[in-house]
Design a protein around this ligand. Structure first.
Ligand code: A3P
Ligand code: MG
Ligand code: MG
Ligand code: MG
Length: 370
């Protein structure tokens, strides 16, 4: 009798847990923890970065010990929690494996291990390979970086990692972001962006810095301070064309400033653009710091990478906005590691997106969607 009662109570409690757990709750919790640790790691690197800790990659873009160490850390945590999930990560360890001497490698291993062993905080779980005593060997950490070599595609689960997005902003001491997303069948289901240098409240630029933006499809977009765990739901305010201002890259090589100037004058926007590095722009759009984010191709044949847009696009959609390319089509995260041919990015609130798209098409001659 006693055993039967225990069995019934067990079934009730198991089914109520299942019913009350929203989809992707574990993934969300893990992703927040990983991004939080990577934000601490990258900020600490910035404070101590020395000149010879930055490399130039084959495409001439910079990469620092912070990028490598943060990708290793996040990859270790993902692999402990979800060993079957492939990872599309920006960095690979080829340069490190070929390094003469071990200066960079040793620094990266030290940084990643410091981040892995730091004490558990709210939401952390020791099963993710973190907490005291969880150090990894150099070989394990290089392999963790290289787990990011997945080619992407349309089918199945996969994570994207951009361990430092806006590395150029990071090196200037300006905005950068740690970006993580979960794709399932090419749809972004979870998007997390940590911005250690971003003011928590745009109206207080000298106030507290550091925020994490979190979105799960169908569950809204939230902001959490880096210093605590309180979540605030974000909803994009309604802009009209006359109150619009826009966000764009600092780097004119990444987004054509002259094209956005033309779009701006077609729309009658008088406020100057807010130029900011990284996917912090998507977070700022989601919380209404700007009404529009434009990224216009510069004509160099560059293909946008999925890790540069997947988490950001979900933040904006879950805060009530629309994200398309300049033809009005959704960004396609199922094409592999890139978004394919570059038709730019047009992200804005529902009330203005159509008008903005019209202006983009006038300025660029992009064809509207059929
Ligand atoms: N020619 C180009 N056009 C568009 N994006 C580019 C580019 N060259 C590099 N990028 C991407 O722009 C990202 C930074 O975007 P932003 O200008 O919004 O800060 C870089 O991310 P990383 O810094 O992670 O390498 C890189 O992937
Ligand atoms: Mg890069
Ligand atoms: Mg990037
Ligand atoms: Mg990067």
């Amino acid at each position: 009798m006693h055993n039967r009662l225990r069995l019934i109570l067990g079934i009730i409690s198991r089914s109520s847990t299942t019913m009350s757990t929203p989809p992707f709750a574990s993934e969300r919790q893990l992703a927040i923890s990983a991004v939080r640790r990577a934000c601490v790691l990258t900020s600490s690197v910035f404070n101590k970065l020395v000149k010879n800790e930055t490399l130039t990659k084959g495409d001439k873009s910079p990469v620092t010990v912070g990028d490598y160490a943060a990708q290793a850390l996040i990859s270790v945590m993902l692999t402990h929690a979800f060993p079957a999930d492939p990872i599309v990560g920006e960095e690979d360890a080829a340069e490190l494996r070929a390094e003469e001497g071990k200066t960079l490698r040793e620094r990266i291993i030290e940084l990643a291990n410091q981040a892995l062993v730091s004490p558990l905080v709210e939401g952390d779980k020791v099963e993710w390979g973190i907490g005291p005593g969880q150090t990894k060997t150099s070989a394990e950490l290089l392999d963790a970086i290289d787990r990011g070599n997945y080619n992407g595609g349309r089918i199945g689960r996969m994570w994207t990692i951009d361990p430092i997005d806006g590395t150029k902003g990071f090196l200037r001491g300006e905005q950068f972001a740690v970006c993580l997303s979960l794709l399932v069948d090419a749809q972004v289901q979870v998007g997390i962006i940590g911005c250690p240098n971003l003011p928590f409240d745009a109206s207080k630029p000298e106030g507290e810095r550091g925020c994490i933006f979190v979105a799960v499809r169908g569950q809204g977009c939230h902001q959490i301070p880096l210093s605590s765990y309180t979540e605030t739901r974000l909803t994009m305010p309604t802009f009209t064309p006359s109150s619009l201002n826009f966000l764009e890259s600092v780097e004119a090589l990444h987004s054509s400033h002259s094209t956005t100037d033309t779009i701006s004058s077609i729309l009658g926007i008088t406020r100057p653009p807010v130029r900011m590095d990284s996917q912090a722009k998507y977070g700022c759009l989601a919380r209404g710091d700007g009404g529009l984010y434009l990224r216009m191709p510069t004509g160099v044949g560059y293909r946008e990478k999925i890790w540069d847009h997947a988490p950001g696009a979900l933040l904006v959609e879950e805060a009530g906005g629309i994200v398309t390319d300049s033809r009005g089509l959704p960004l396609d995260f199922g094409l592999g590691r890139t978004l394919g041919e570059n038709f730019g990015v047009v992200a804005a609130g529902k009330a203005v997106h159509a008008a903005v798209l019209d202006a983009v098409q006038q300025a660029t001659g992009a064809k509207a969607k059929a």
